[in-house]
Ligand binder design. Structure first.
Ligand SMILES: Nc1nc2c(ncn2[C@@H]2O[C@H](COP(=O)(O)OP(=O)(O)OP(=O)(O)O)[C@@H](O)[C@H]2O)c(=O)[nH]1
Length: 312
């Protein structure tokens, strides 16, 4: 990082979030504590491995924020007017993220020794700093929520995955048991999927799985839950549905796929697929494992009996 010559521009400074509503007379005095520096593209401004002593204000250019590793996707982009390093500037600890210049950038930096001076000179500036910190906390929470959600979603089909099924079963089984309501599980497996892949290619197989997920999901109620349980296996939870009704729902789902003789995909027109289905109704005190074991054994029978059918 090189020191830069910077022509003080009060109008530009008063637009910075940190200086909003700070009296112009104070800004002039406060700015004496700041130094201007230039960053080259790719230069690492903050790293969790180096203690940070500075608060940075981005005047020009762009900074990217990375969590964990520089190999990851950036979690946010800082544009001119924004701050970097405020957390480690205040708690005098290591930064929690990498901040890297993604363009040649100009920053103003402030050493933490000046913190007390700022505190005395401008309560408004300290309030702005606190608001910036609140933004960071909220942004961090959003990142946690997003990554939690991604960890629950299967990237190929957009269905929820096995991890999420565990979570939702806990909730739905407790709710149904409490309300004295039944709960049914359907376990579905695509028939002859290995030969399908062998004949049409793995990518075609991927599109067939998307077709299955899309066709099934479109027929479910909002309170039903569908997860991709494994490669070509899906699990559906039907709260407040008993075995009899579950059978007719499963049968309807099976038929809806049977009726798709071919479908359009980015690799051309492909034949449809059928599914075999195992059905099981939750028994009192059933664990997810126990219910899955019964649905799986019914599915095995459906395969044994010739596939493209429902057993349970
Ligand atoms: N294209 C694709 N194939 C997958 C995916 N996950 C699993 N498979 C394939 O699914 C096939 C499952 O084959 P098997 O378990 O032998 O069963 P099957 O050929 O469907 O036969 P039955 O289940 O007995 O009707 C394997 O060839 C896996 O490679 C995936 O995400 N995409």
């Amino acid at each position: 990082m090189k020191n830069a010559h910077w022509q003080q521009d009060l109008q530009q400074i008063s637009r910075l979030r940190l200086f909003q509503n700070v009296a112009a007379s104070s800004i002039d005095q406060l700015l004496r504590e700041f130094r201007a520096c230039e960053l080259e593209t790719g230069e690492v401004l903050l790293s969790p491995f180096n203690r940070n002593q500075y608060l940075y204000l981005l005047l020009d250019g762009e900074l990217k924020v990375y969590l964990g590793s520089l190999e990851n996707q950036p979690v946010s982009t800082l544009l001119s007017g924004e701050c970097a390093g405020e957390i480690s500037f205040i708690d005098n600890d290591h930064p929690s993220a990498y901040v890297v210049a993604s363009q040649p950038s100009l920053v103003l930096r402030l050493h933490r020794e000046s913190l007390v001076k700022l505190f005395n000179q401008s309560p408004q500036l300290m309030q702005n700093l606190l608001e910036l910190l609140c933004d960071r906390v909220r942004q961090g929470n959003r990142i946690i929520l997003d990554s939690e959600q991604n960890a629950n979603v299967d990237t190929l089909t957009g269905c929820f995955n096995r991890r999420w099924l565990e979570h939702v079963f806990e909730r739905e089984s407790t709710r149904c048991a409490f309300n004295d309501q039944p709960l049914c599980m359907l376990m579905l497996d695509v028939d002859h999927f290995k030969p399908y892949n062998d004949q049409h290619g793995h990518l075609a197989g991927d599109y067939a799985l998307c077709l299955v997920a899309h066709t099934l999901r479109n027929q479910l109620r909002p309170k039903d839950s569908m997860a991709r349980y494994g490669g070509e296996e899906f699990v559906i939870l039907l709260p407040e549905i008993d075995e009899v009704e579950g059978r007719s729902i499963g049968e309807r789902l099976r038929q809806s796929l049977e009726q798709v003789s071919s479908f359009y995909s980015p690799v051309g027109v492909l034949p449809g697929v059928t599914v075999s289905i195992g059905l099981a109704q939750m028994q009192p005190k059933d664990s997810l494992e126990a219910l899955i074991a019964r649905a799986d054994s019914a599915l095995y029978s459906a395969k044994q009996q010739g596939r493209n059918r429902l057993v349970g």
